[in-house]
Design a protein around this ligand. Structure first.
Ligand code: NAD
Ligand code: WQD
Length: 340
């Protein structure tokens, strides 16, 4: 049985990926420092898979602790690296925190890969590397634009670190560029748990419907799009999680074409903010209190993926609809809030 280390495996995307890895027969060991997650997630994963993953509380910023961990776990076959800080606006206020947490952790892990002969590495990248694209849908050939936040910059630099490392070593890495992950596991055991006021659209919608927030602000309806609101590619987190299993299988079986590869993970379909709001109301029957307000600084107008490379080369395709994702997000929110 192949043993996969999942960093940040108690977080939103990591926890869903742990479930898919276990369901596909992998042995999983999670490390997480619980900076943006709760230890309860471990039990909730186990409720789904009936198979407790191994867990070690570890802060990947502490190099000596990372080395110690690998001394005891040198038999790891592959790493999926989710652990990072991810709030764009916080990264503008605290750039060094982001550069330290998102870059040092990657470097320490890659150094341990070299020391321990671990050759298979999957990295959580983001469509944010494309900035405001010149043409749509966005292919992997689109240029990486100058990052508009330290967070975005950490993803670009991380991809460069991986490329450079793969060029001179036996490391094989795949960077997965996520578009906008939404939704929760169908069991409602795991889902997105934003700390504080949600920055992202769907958790803000579900918290507004649950009465935790008074009103959803729709940031602008004067963009050059059909209904004037911004367009994104919202992908169900379970579809996203499954892509990690396929990517790891690709590396483990040596099917990768080059030592460093990168893929867009999206649905290929763009939806506007107002479409998401209407779809949520229609799918759940909940009336949403929302108001159109000014644009949010820094928002790109329209972003959605060309998924051809992921479909044809990786052999992965998103399967779930946005309605399913929104229904699962609402079911999860209700469970978290104790709403019947
Ligand atoms: P998350 O915050 O839910 O999960 C990250 C996990 O990593 C958390 O459990 C946190 O406690 C842990 N962590 C953070 N720093 C750590 C450290 N130093 N040592 C050990 N554990 C640490 O985030 P997520 O939404 O699941 O995102 C996972 C990855 O995907 C991140 O790299 C993020 O940048 C990337 N990503 C997320 C999105 C999104 O919209 N959610 C989009 C694109 C890319
Ligand atoms: C989606 C749309 C908002 C909240 C961010 C990061 C990006 C990536 C994903 C990690 C936008 C609108 C939102 C609200 C709104 N993360 N909106 N009211 O902006 O695509 O990307 O998360 O890599 O790096 O920048 O996602 O969910 O914040 O916003 O109208 O209360 O919803 O303006 O058009 P975004 P989002």
């Amino acid at each position: 049985m192949k043993k996969i280390l999942v960093t940040g495996g108690l977080g939103y995307i990591g926890s869903h990926t742990v479930v898919e890895l276990q369901n596909s027969g992998y042995e999983v060991i999670i490390v997480d420092n619980l900076s943006n997650s709760s230890i309860d997630v471990l039990e909730r994963i186990t409720n789904i898979t009936k198979n407790p993953p191994k867990f070690e509380r570890l802060d990947l910023r502490i190099k000596s602790d990372v080395s110690e961990f690998f001394k005891n776990n040198s038999d790891i076959d592959g790493i999926i690296h989710f652990a990072a800080s991810k709030a764009v606006s916080e990264s503008v206020e605290k750039p060094l925190l982001y550069y330290e947490n998102n870059l040092n952790t990657l470097i320490y892990l890659l150094q341990e890969c070299e020391t321990n002969g671990i050759e298979n590495f999957i990295f959580s990248s983001s469509c944010t590397v494309y900035g405001e694209p010149d043409s749509l849908p966005i292919t992997e050939e689109a240029p990486v634009k100058k990052a508009t936040s330290p967070y975005g910059n950490t993803k670009q630099i991380s991809e460069e670190i991986l490329f450079d490392t793969c060029s001179v070593s036996s490391l094989k890495a795949i960077a997965l560029r996520y578009f906008n992950p939404i939704g929760a596991h169908e069991t409602s055991e795991i889902g997105e748990l934003p700390a504080g006021v949600p920055q992202n659209l769907v958790p803000f919608i579900t918290q507004t419907a649950a009465g935790v927030r008074k009103q959803l602000s729709v940031y602008g309806d004067d963009y050059p799009t059909e209904d004037g609101s911004c367009i994104r590619d919202y992908i169900h987190v379970v579809d996203l999680a499954k892509a990690h299993v396929i990517a790891m299988e690709r590396l483990l079986s040596g099917k990768n074409e080059t030592n460093y590869e990168f893929f867009n993970l999206g649905t290929g379909r763009g939806s506007s903010v107002l479409e998401v709001v209407n779809s949520f109301q229609h799918t759940t029957g909940e009336k949403l209190n929302y108001k159109v307000v000014d644009r949010r600084p820094g928002d790109v107008i329209s972003v959605y993926a060309d998924t051809k490379k992921a479909n044809e080369v990786l052999g992965w395709k998103s399967e779930k609809t946005m309605e399913e994702a929104l229904a699962s997000a609402w079911k999860w929110e209700k469970k978290v809030r104790g709403i019947q």
